[in-house]
Design a binder for this molecule. Structure first.
Ligand code: NDP
Ligand code: 2IT
Length: 445
Protein backbone atom coordinates (compact mmCIF):
# COMPACT_ATOMS: atom_id res chain seq x y z
CA UNK A 1 0.00 0.00 0.00
CA UNK A 2 1.46 3.34 -1.09
CA UNK A 3 0.37 5.61 1.74
CA UNK A 4 1.95 8.76 0.33
CA UNK A 5 0.23 8.38 -3.02
CA UNK A 6 -3.13 7.57 -1.44
CA UNK A 7 -2.90 10.65 0.77
CA UNK A 8 -1.78 12.89 -2.10
CA UNK A 9 -4.71 11.72 -4.24
CA UNK A 10 -7.12 12.16 -1.35
CA UNK A 11 -5.90 15.70 -0.75
CA UNK A 12 -6.38 16.55 -4.42
CA UNK A 13 -9.92 15.17 -4.37
CA UNK A 14 -10.87 16.82 -1.06
CA UNK A 15 -9.41 20.33 -0.97
CA UNK A 16 -10.01 22.35 2.19
CA UNK A 17 -10.92 19.32 4.31
CA UNK A 18 -7.92 19.01 6.70
CA UNK A 19 -9.79 17.17 9.48
CA UNK A 20 -10.95 14.48 7.05
CA UNK A 21 -7.38 14.00 5.79
CA UNK A 22 -6.09 13.89 9.40
CA UNK A 23 -8.55 11.15 10.36
CA UNK A 24 -7.83 9.05 7.26
CA UNK A 25 -4.06 9.35 7.66
CA UNK A 26 -4.19 8.16 11.26
CA UNK A 27 -6.19 5.06 10.31
CA UNK A 28 -4.13 4.17 7.23
CA UNK A 29 -0.81 4.51 9.07
CA UNK A 30 -1.90 2.00 11.68
CA UNK A 31 -3.50 -0.58 9.37
CA UNK A 32 -0.63 -0.60 6.86
CA UNK A 33 0.87 -3.86 8.20
CA UNK A 34 -2.44 -5.70 8.15
CA UNK A 35 -3.07 -4.64 4.56
CA UNK A 36 0.41 -5.71 3.50
CA UNK A 37 0.11 -9.07 5.24
CA UNK A 38 -3.34 -9.80 3.73
CA UNK A 39 -3.23 -9.42 -0.09
CA UNK A 40 -7.03 -9.90 -0.29
CA UNK A 41 -7.47 -6.27 0.83
CA UNK A 42 -5.32 -4.86 -1.97
CA UNK A 43 -6.86 -7.28 -4.47
CA UNK A 44 -10.31 -5.86 -3.65
CA UNK A 45 -8.94 -2.28 -3.56
CA UNK A 46 -10.47 -1.92 -0.08
CA UNK A 47 -8.45 1.14 0.93
CA UNK A 48 -9.59 3.33 -1.94
CA UNK A 49 -13.15 2.12 -1.43
CA UNK A 50 -13.29 2.62 2.33
CA UNK A 51 -12.06 6.24 2.24
CA UNK A 52 -14.75 7.35 -0.22
CA UNK A 53 -18.19 7.98 1.36
CA UNK A 54 -21.13 6.12 -0.20
CA UNK A 55 -22.82 9.52 -0.56
CA UNK A 56 -22.85 13.05 0.83
CA UNK A 57 -26.31 14.59 0.99
CA UNK A 58 -26.27 18.38 1.15
CA UNK A 59 -29.35 20.57 1.37
CA UNK A 60 -30.77 24.00 2.11
CA UNK A 61 -32.57 24.60 5.41
CA UNK A 62 -34.85 27.67 5.48
CA UNK A 63 -36.57 28.74 8.68
CA UNK A 64 -38.11 31.82 10.23
CA UNK A 65 -36.67 33.42 13.37
CA UNK A 66 -38.79 35.02 16.11
CA UNK A 67 -38.55 38.45 14.48
CA UNK A 68 -40.03 37.14 11.24
CA UNK A 69 -36.73 37.14 9.32
CA UNK A 70 -36.07 34.19 7.02
CA UNK A 71 -32.77 32.43 7.77
CA UNK A 72 -30.83 30.00 5.57
CA UNK A 73 -28.48 27.26 6.77
CA UNK A 74 -26.82 24.23 5.23
CA UNK A 75 -27.80 20.71 6.21
CA UNK A 76 -25.77 17.55 5.56
CA UNK A 77 -25.80 13.80 5.96
CA UNK A 78 -22.65 11.86 5.13
CA UNK A 79 -23.54 8.18 4.62
CA UNK A 80 -20.08 6.70 4.67
CA UNK A 81 -20.24 2.91 4.81
CA UNK A 82 -23.03 0.38 5.47
CA UNK A 83 -21.12 -2.90 5.05
CA UNK A 84 -21.90 -4.22 8.55
CA UNK A 85 -25.29 -2.56 9.19
CA UNK A 86 -27.52 0.45 8.42
CA UNK A 87 -25.81 3.86 8.54
CA UNK A 88 -25.60 5.13 12.12
CA UNK A 89 -24.18 8.29 13.66
CA UNK A 90 -25.01 11.58 15.30
CA UNK A 91 -26.04 15.02 14.07
CA UNK A 92 -24.03 18.12 15.00
CA UNK A 93 -25.46 21.66 15.06
CA UNK A 94 -22.60 24.13 15.41
CA UNK A 95 -21.47 27.13 13.33
CA UNK A 96 -18.14 25.36 12.64
CA UNK A 97 -19.86 22.46 10.81
CA UNK A 98 -18.58 21.85 7.26
CA UNK A 99 -18.77 18.98 4.79
CA UNK A 100 -15.12 18.07 5.53
CA UNK A 101 -15.72 18.05 9.28
CA UNK A 102 -18.67 15.70 8.89
CA UNK A 103 -16.67 13.44 6.57
CA UNK A 104 -14.02 13.11 9.28
CA UNK A 105 -16.69 12.22 11.84
CA UNK A 106 -18.49 9.81 9.49
CA UNK A 107 -15.22 8.06 8.64
CA UNK A 108 -14.32 7.63 12.33
CA UNK A 109 -17.82 6.34 12.99
CA UNK A 110 -17.27 3.34 10.64
CA UNK A 111 -14.50 1.94 12.84
CA UNK A 112 -16.08 2.95 16.15
CA UNK A 113 -19.36 1.27 15.29
CA UNK A 114 -17.53 -1.83 14.14
CA UNK A 115 -15.74 -2.00 17.51
CA UNK A 116 -19.04 -2.02 19.43
CA UNK A 117 -19.73 -5.51 17.97
CA UNK A 118 -23.23 -4.28 17.02
CA UNK A 119 -24.49 -4.20 13.39
CA UNK A 120 -24.08 -0.51 12.59
CA UNK A 121 -22.53 1.27 9.58
CA UNK A 122 -20.91 4.71 9.73
CA UNK A 123 -22.55 8.11 9.12
CA UNK A 124 -22.67 11.67 10.43
CA UNK A 125 -24.83 14.69 9.77
CA UNK A 126 -25.65 18.16 10.94
CA UNK A 127 -25.79 21.81 10.11
CA UNK A 128 -23.89 25.08 10.50
CA UNK A 129 -26.92 26.34 12.47
CA UNK A 130 -25.85 27.96 15.76
CA UNK A 131 -28.19 27.01 18.62
CA UNK A 132 -26.56 29.61 20.89
CA UNK A 133 -29.06 32.18 22.09
CA UNK A 134 -31.94 30.74 20.04
CA UNK A 135 -35.41 30.47 21.54
CA UNK A 136 -37.16 27.16 21.97
CA UNK A 137 -39.53 28.04 19.12
CA UNK A 138 -36.62 28.87 16.81
CA UNK A 139 -34.93 25.55 17.63
CA UNK A 140 -38.19 23.74 16.86
CA UNK A 141 -38.71 25.48 13.53
CA UNK A 142 -35.13 24.82 12.50
CA UNK A 143 -35.34 21.13 13.42
CA UNK A 144 -38.62 20.75 11.49
CA UNK A 145 -37.21 22.38 8.39
CA UNK A 146 -34.02 20.28 8.64
CA UNK A 147 -36.12 17.14 8.84
CA UNK A 148 -38.42 18.18 5.98
CA UNK A 149 -35.47 17.33 3.72
CA UNK A 150 -33.53 14.70 5.67
CA UNK A 151 -36.54 12.38 6.16
CA UNK A 152 -36.19 11.21 2.55
CA UNK A 153 -32.85 9.57 3.25
CA UNK A 154 -33.26 7.94 6.69
CA UNK A 155 -35.24 5.08 8.21
CA UNK A 156 -34.94 2.43 10.94
CA UNK A 157 -33.25 -0.01 8.53
CA UNK A 158 -31.53 2.62 6.36
CA UNK A 159 -29.91 5.34 8.46
CA UNK A 160 -30.51 6.13 12.14
CA UNK A 161 -29.35 9.58 13.31
CA UNK A 162 -28.71 10.59 16.94
CA UNK A 163 -27.27 13.53 18.92
CA UNK A 164 -23.85 15.16 19.01
CA UNK A 165 -22.67 18.72 19.76
CA UNK A 166 -25.70 21.02 19.90
CA UNK A 167 -28.16 18.16 19.47
CA UNK A 168 -29.64 16.66 22.64
CA UNK A 169 -33.01 15.30 23.77
CA UNK A 170 -34.95 18.44 22.84
CA UNK A 171 -33.68 18.57 19.26
CA UNK A 172 -34.15 14.81 18.75
CA UNK A 173 -37.74 15.26 19.95
CA UNK A 174 -38.50 17.98 17.38
CA UNK A 175 -36.81 16.07 14.55
CA UNK A 176 -38.51 12.79 15.44
CA UNK A 177 -41.89 14.55 15.66
CA UNK A 178 -41.50 15.93 12.14
CA UNK A 179 -40.29 12.59 10.77
CA UNK A 180 -43.29 10.83 12.28
CA UNK A 181 -45.67 13.38 10.76
CA UNK A 182 -44.12 13.15 7.29
CA UNK A 183 -43.73 9.37 7.13
CA UNK A 184 -46.74 8.41 9.26
CA UNK A 185 -44.79 5.84 11.26
CA UNK A 186 -43.66 5.67 14.87
CA UNK A 187 -40.40 3.79 14.38
CA UNK A 188 -36.94 3.72 15.96
CA UNK A 189 -35.51 6.05 13.33
CA UNK A 190 -33.63 8.12 15.91
CA UNK A 191 -31.72 7.19 19.03
CA UNK A 192 -31.46 9.42 22.08
CA UNK A 193 -35.26 9.61 22.10
CA UNK A 194 -37.23 10.65 25.19
CA UNK A 195 -37.74 7.94 27.78
CA UNK A 196 -41.53 7.97 27.36
CA UNK A 197 -41.50 7.46 23.56
CA UNK A 198 -38.90 4.83 22.78
CA UNK A 199 -35.71 6.14 24.37
CA UNK A 200 -33.37 4.02 26.46
CA UNK A 201 -32.38 4.61 30.04
CA UNK A 202 -28.66 5.46 30.38
CA UNK A 203 -28.35 6.78 26.78
CA UNK A 204 -27.76 10.37 28.02
CA UNK A 205 -24.98 9.18 30.35
CA UNK A 206 -23.62 6.46 28.07
CA UNK A 207 -20.76 8.21 26.26
CA UNK A 208 -19.24 9.57 29.46
CA UNK A 209 -19.86 6.37 31.44
CA UNK A 210 -18.27 4.31 28.66
CA UNK A 211 -15.30 6.65 28.51
CA UNK A 212 -14.57 6.22 32.22
CA UNK A 213 -15.16 2.44 32.08
CA UNK A 214 -12.59 2.33 29.30
CA UNK A 215 -10.10 4.39 31.35
CA UNK A 216 -10.67 2.00 34.26
CA UNK A 217 -9.88 -1.00 32.02
CA UNK A 218 -6.67 0.67 30.84
CA UNK A 219 -5.64 1.43 34.43
CA UNK A 220 -6.34 -2.21 35.39
CA UNK A 221 -3.63 -3.36 32.95
CA UNK A 222 -1.18 -1.58 35.25
CA UNK A 223 -2.76 -2.85 38.46
CA UNK A 224 -4.38 0.54 39.06
CA UNK A 225 -7.89 2.05 39.17
CA UNK A 226 -9.78 5.38 39.07
CA UNK A 227 -10.03 5.44 42.87
CA UNK A 228 -8.29 8.47 44.36
CA UNK A 229 -7.23 9.87 40.98
CA UNK A 230 -7.22 13.60 40.16
CA UNK A 231 -9.05 14.03 36.86
CA UNK A 232 -9.22 16.98 34.43
CA UNK A 233 -12.17 17.19 32.05
CA UNK A 234 -12.74 19.64 29.18
CA UNK A 235 -16.11 20.80 27.86
CA UNK A 236 -19.28 21.01 29.92
CA UNK A 237 -21.72 19.24 27.60
CA UNK A 238 -23.31 15.82 27.56
CA UNK A 239 -20.10 13.78 27.37
CA UNK A 240 -18.30 15.80 30.06
CA UNK A 241 -21.30 15.47 32.37
CA UNK A 242 -21.47 11.66 32.03
CA UNK A 243 -17.71 11.33 32.47
CA UNK A 244 -17.77 13.43 35.64
CA UNK A 245 -20.61 11.40 37.18
CA UNK A 246 -18.91 8.04 36.56
CA UNK A 247 -15.39 9.19 37.54
CA UNK A 248 -16.82 10.54 40.80
CA UNK A 249 -18.76 7.29 41.42
CA UNK A 250 -15.53 5.33 41.00
CA UNK A 251 -13.80 7.45 43.65
CA UNK A 252 -11.91 10.00 41.53
CA UNK A 253 -11.88 13.79 42.04
CA UNK A 254 -12.71 15.81 38.92
CA UNK A 255 -11.22 19.29 39.19
CA UNK A 256 -11.92 21.05 35.85
CA UNK A 257 -14.54 21.76 33.19
CA UNK A 258 -14.13 24.14 30.25
CA UNK A 259 -16.01 26.15 27.64
CA UNK A 260 -15.14 28.44 24.77
CA UNK A 261 -14.53 31.22 27.38
CA UNK A 262 -11.87 29.38 29.43
CA UNK A 263 -11.73 26.74 32.16
CA UNK A 264 -12.89 26.37 35.74
CA UNK A 265 -10.65 24.81 38.39
CA UNK A 266 -12.47 23.46 41.44
CA UNK A 267 -9.96 21.97 43.89
CA UNK A 268 -12.75 20.48 46.04
CA UNK A 269 -13.98 18.36 43.14
CA UNK A 270 -17.02 18.71 40.87
CA UNK A 271 -19.48 16.42 42.61
CA UNK A 272 -23.00 16.19 44.12
CA UNK A 273 -25.13 19.28 43.45
CA UNK A 274 -22.31 20.76 41.35
CA UNK A 275 -22.85 18.03 38.73
CA UNK A 276 -26.57 18.85 38.63
CA UNK A 277 -25.63 22.50 38.20
CA UNK A 278 -23.77 21.59 34.97
CA UNK A 279 -27.10 20.74 33.36
CA UNK A 280 -28.45 24.18 34.31
CA UNK A 281 -25.36 25.83 32.90
CA UNK A 282 -25.78 23.99 29.59
CA UNK A 283 -29.51 24.66 29.41
CA UNK A 284 -28.89 28.40 29.83
CA UNK A 285 -27.70 28.46 26.17
CA UNK A 286 -25.06 31.04 27.17
CA UNK A 287 -22.00 29.00 26.09
CA UNK A 288 -19.84 30.03 29.05
CA UNK A 289 -18.58 28.17 32.14
CA UNK A 290 -17.56 31.20 34.20
CA UNK A 291 -20.91 31.38 36.08
CA UNK A 292 -19.88 28.15 37.88
CA UNK A 293 -17.52 30.27 40.00
CA UNK A 294 -20.37 32.59 41.08
CA UNK A 295 -22.30 29.58 42.31
CA UNK A 296 -19.32 27.80 43.92
CA UNK A 297 -16.84 30.52 44.99
CA UNK A 298 -14.04 28.10 45.95
CA UNK A 299 -13.54 27.49 42.24
CA UNK A 300 -11.36 29.70 40.04
CA UNK A 301 -11.89 30.76 36.42
CA UNK A 302 -9.00 30.98 33.93
CA UNK A 303 -10.04 33.06 30.95
CA UNK A 304 -9.07 31.91 27.46
CA UNK A 305 -7.05 28.97 28.83
CA UNK A 306 -7.40 25.21 28.50
CA UNK A 307 -7.44 22.81 31.46
CA UNK A 308 -4.37 20.83 30.36
CA UNK A 309 -2.04 23.00 32.47
CA UNK A 310 -3.60 21.60 35.68
CA UNK A 311 -1.74 18.75 37.38
CA UNK A 312 -3.71 15.51 37.11
CA UNK A 313 -3.43 11.71 36.94
CA UNK A 314 -6.13 11.22 34.31
CA UNK A 315 -7.19 13.64 31.53
CA UNK A 316 -10.54 13.30 29.73
CA UNK A 317 -10.86 15.64 26.72
CA UNK A 318 -14.63 15.82 26.08
CA UNK A 319 -15.27 19.00 24.04
CA UNK A 320 -14.22 19.17 20.39
CA UNK A 321 -11.67 18.01 17.79
CA UNK A 322 -8.06 19.22 18.05
CA UNK A 323 -8.57 20.85 21.47
CA UNK A 324 -5.36 19.33 22.94
CA UNK A 325 -2.12 20.16 21.10
CA UNK A 326 1.56 19.20 21.48
CA UNK A 327 2.20 21.86 24.13
CA UNK A 328 -0.81 20.70 26.15
CA UNK A 329 0.34 17.09 25.84
CA UNK A 330 3.81 18.01 27.03
CA UNK A 331 2.34 19.92 29.99
CA UNK A 332 0.30 16.87 30.96
CA UNK A 333 3.32 14.56 30.72
CA UNK A 334 5.51 16.98 32.72
CA UNK A 335 2.80 17.03 35.39
CA UNK A 336 2.79 13.23 35.64
CA UNK A 337 -0.39 12.23 33.76
CA UNK A 338 -0.74 8.43 33.50
CA UNK A 339 -3.91 8.09 31.43
CA UNK A 340 -5.66 10.10 28.69
CA UNK A 341 -9.04 8.84 27.49
CA UNK A 342 -10.88 10.73 24.75
CA UNK A 343 -14.59 11.45 25.27
CA UNK A 344 -14.69 13.76 22.24
CA UNK A 345 -13.93 12.72 18.65
CA UNK A 346 -10.26 13.34 17.73
CA UNK A 347 -9.61 15.95 20.48
CA UNK A 348 -5.84 15.34 20.42
CA UNK A 349 -3.79 16.64 17.48
CA UNK A 350 -1.52 14.08 15.73
CA UNK A 351 1.48 15.73 17.45
CA UNK A 352 -0.13 15.40 20.89
CA UNK A 353 -0.96 11.75 20.18
CA UNK A 354 2.65 11.11 19.19
CA UNK A 355 3.87 12.56 22.50
CA UNK A 356 1.54 10.30 24.51
CA UNK A 357 2.55 7.18 22.57
CA UNK A 358 6.24 8.01 22.88
CA UNK A 359 5.89 8.50 26.65
CA UNK A 360 4.05 5.13 26.73
CA UNK A 361 1.23 6.40 28.90
CA UNK A 362 -2.23 4.84 28.71
CA UNK A 363 -3.83 6.68 25.78
CA UNK A 364 -7.24 5.84 24.26
CA UNK A 365 -8.51 7.35 20.99
CA UNK A 366 -12.15 8.41 20.94
CA UNK A 367 -13.24 5.74 18.49
CA UNK A 368 -12.58 3.19 21.26
CA UNK A 369 -13.20 5.16 24.45
CA UNK A 370 -16.30 7.14 23.41
CA UNK A 371 -17.97 4.20 21.62
CA UNK A 372 -20.28 3.68 24.61
CA UNK A 373 -22.61 6.39 23.28
CA UNK A 374 -23.31 4.79 19.96
CA UNK A 375 -23.23 1.31 21.54
CA UNK A 376 -26.08 2.34 23.82
CA UNK A 377 -27.84 3.79 20.78
CA UNK A 378 -27.57 0.25 19.38
CA UNK A 379 -29.13 -1.05 22.60
CA UNK A 380 -31.95 1.50 22.19
CA UNK A 381 -32.61 0.14 18.68
CA UNK A 382 -32.71 -3.41 20.07
CA UNK A 383 -35.27 -2.41 22.69
CA UNK A 384 -37.35 -0.64 20.00
CA UNK A 385 -37.25 -3.73 17.78
CA UNK A 386 -38.35 -5.95 20.68
CA UNK A 387 -40.93 -3.36 21.78
CA UNK A 388 -39.82 -3.47 25.41
CA UNK A 389 -37.66 -1.49 27.82
CA UNK A 390 -34.71 -2.68 29.84
CA UNK A 391 -33.98 -1.33 33.33
CA UNK A 392 -31.13 1.11 33.89
CA UNK A 393 -29.08 -1.70 35.46
CA UNK A 394 -29.58 -3.99 32.47
CA UNK A 395 -28.51 -1.28 30.02
CA UNK A 396 -25.52 -0.22 32.10
CA UNK A 397 -24.34 -3.82 32.54
CA UNK A 398 -24.46 -4.32 28.77
CA UNK A 399 -22.67 -1.01 28.17
CA UNK A 400 -19.98 -1.94 30.70
CA UNK A 401 -19.46 -5.34 29.06
CA UNK A 402 -19.20 -3.73 25.61
CA UNK A 403 -16.49 -1.36 26.86
CA UNK A 404 -14.59 -4.32 28.37
CA UNK A 405 -14.87 -6.14 25.02
CA UNK A 406 -13.65 -3.10 23.06
CA UNK A 407 -10.69 -2.85 25.43
CA UNK A 408 -9.88 -6.53 24.87
CA UNK A 409 -10.03 -6.08 21.09
CA UNK A 410 -7.63 -3.11 21.33
CA UNK A 411 -5.20 -5.16 23.43
CA UNK A 412 -5.42 -8.08 20.99
CA UNK A 413 -4.55 -5.98 17.94
CA UNK A 414 -2.51 -3.21 19.57
CA UNK A 415 0.04 -4.92 21.81
CA UNK A 416 3.62 -4.09 20.80
CA UNK A 417 6.53 -6.50 21.24
CA UNK A 418 7.58 -4.78 24.48
CA UNK A 419 4.08 -5.27 25.90
CA UNK A 420 2.93 -1.63 25.52
CA UNK A 421 -0.62 -1.41 24.23
CA UNK A 422 -0.99 1.05 21.35
CA UNK A 423 -4.76 1.62 21.55
CA UNK A 424 -4.71 3.74 18.39
CA UNK A 425 -3.42 0.83 16.35
CA UNK A 426 -5.54 -1.71 18.23
CA UNK A 427 -8.82 0.12 17.66
CA UNK A 428 -8.14 0.92 14.00
CA UNK A 429 -7.08 -2.63 13.11
CA UNK A 430 -9.92 -4.31 15.02
CA UNK A 431 -12.48 -1.92 13.52
CA UNK A 432 -11.08 -2.20 9.99
CA UNK A 433 -10.89 -6.01 9.65
CA UNK A 434 -14.59 -6.58 10.23
CA UNK A 435 -15.72 -3.88 7.80
CA UNK A 436 -13.17 -4.78 5.12
CA UNK A 437 -14.08 -8.48 5.28
CA UNK A 438 -17.78 -7.62 5.00
CA UNK A 439 -17.05 -5.47 1.93
CA UNK A 440 -15.19 -8.36 0.30
CA UNK A 441 -18.01 -10.83 1.13
CA UNK A 442 -20.58 -8.52 -0.46
CA UNK A 443 -18.71 -8.01 -3.74
CA UNK A 444 -18.18 -4.88 -5.79
CA UNK A 445 -21.54 -3.11 -5.59
P1 NDP B 1 -22.48 19.09 23.74
O1 NDP B 1 -23.08 20.06 22.78
O2 NDP B 1 -23.33 18.55 24.82
O3 NDP B 1 -21.15 19.71 24.35
C1 NDP B 1 -20.06 20.06 23.57
C2 NDP B 1 -19.04 20.74 24.41
O4 NDP B 1 -17.94 21.22 23.64
C3 NDP B 1 -19.61 21.97 25.03
O5 NDP B 1 -18.99 22.22 26.25
C4 NDP B 1 -19.27 23.03 23.97
O6 NDP B 1 -19.36 24.31 24.38
C5 NDP B 1 -17.88 22.66 23.68
N1 NDP B 1 -17.48 23.20 22.40
C6 NDP B 1 -18.12 23.17 21.22
N2 NDP B 1 -17.43 23.79 20.28
C7 NDP B 1 -16.33 24.25 20.89
C8 NDP B 1 -15.21 24.98 20.43
N3 NDP B 1 -15.09 25.39 19.16
N4 NDP B 1 -14.23 25.27 21.34
C9 NDP B 1 -14.33 24.84 22.62
N5 NDP B 1 -15.36 24.14 23.09
C10 NDP B 1 -16.35 23.86 22.25
O7 NDP B 1 -21.88 17.91 22.87
P2 NDP B 1 -21.43 16.46 23.34
O8 NDP B 1 -21.03 16.46 24.77
O9 NDP B 1 -22.46 15.54 22.87
O10 NDP B 1 -20.14 16.24 22.44
C11 NDP B 1 -18.80 16.50 22.89
C12 NDP B 1 -17.81 15.68 22.07
O11 NDP B 1 -18.09 14.29 22.27
C13 NDP B 1 -17.86 15.90 20.55
O12 NDP B 1 -16.55 15.72 20.03
C14 NDP B 1 -18.75 14.75 20.08
O13 NDP B 1 -18.51 14.44 18.74
C15 NDP B 1 -18.28 13.66 21.01
N6 NDP B 1 -19.19 12.52 21.18
C16 NDP B 1 -20.50 12.69 21.54
C17 NDP B 1 -21.30 11.58 21.72
C18 NDP B 1 -22.71 11.70 22.18
O14 NDP B 1 -23.35 10.66 22.33
N7 NDP B 1 -23.24 12.89 22.44
C19 NDP B 1 -20.82 10.23 21.48
C20 NDP B 1 -19.42 10.16 21.16
C21 NDP B 1 -18.66 11.28 21.01
P3 NDP B 1 -20.20 25.33 23.44
O15 NDP B 1 -21.39 24.63 22.89
O16 NDP B 1 -20.53 26.35 24.42
O17 NDP B 1 -19.28 25.78 22.33
O1 2IT C 1 -19.85 10.45 17.85
C1 2IT C 1 -20.71 9.63 18.21
O2 2IT C 1 -20.46 8.43 18.35
C2 2IT C 1 -22.06 10.13 18.50
N1 2IT C 1 -22.29 11.33 18.44
C3 2IT C 1 -23.16 9.16 18.86
C4 2IT C 1 -23.76 8.55 17.64
C5 2IT C 1 -24.99 7.71 17.85
O3 2IT C 1 -25.54 7.28 16.84
O4 2IT C 1 -25.40 7.45 18.99
Amino acid sequence: MNLEKIMADLEKKNPGQPEFLQAVKEVLETIEDVVTENPKYEAANIIERIIEPDRVIKFKVQWMDDKGNVQVNRGYRVQFNNAIGPYKGGCRFHPSVTEGGLKFLGFEQIFKNSLTTLPMGGAKGGSDFDPKGKSNAEIMRFCQSFMAELYKYIGPDTDIPAGDIGVGGREIGYMFGMYKKLVGEHTGVFTGKGRGWGGSLIRPEATGFGNVYFAEEMLKTRGDSMKGKIVTVSGFGNVSWGSIIKATQLGARVVTISGPDGYVYDPDGINGEKIDYLLELRASNQDIVKPYTYEFPNAQFFEGKRPWEVKCDVALPCAIQNELNAQDAQNLINNGVICVSEGANMPCTPEAMEIFLKAKILYAPGKASNAGGVATSGLEQTQNAMKLNWTAEEVEDKLHQIMINIHEACVKYGKDEDGYVNYVKGSNVAGFIKVADAMIDQGVI
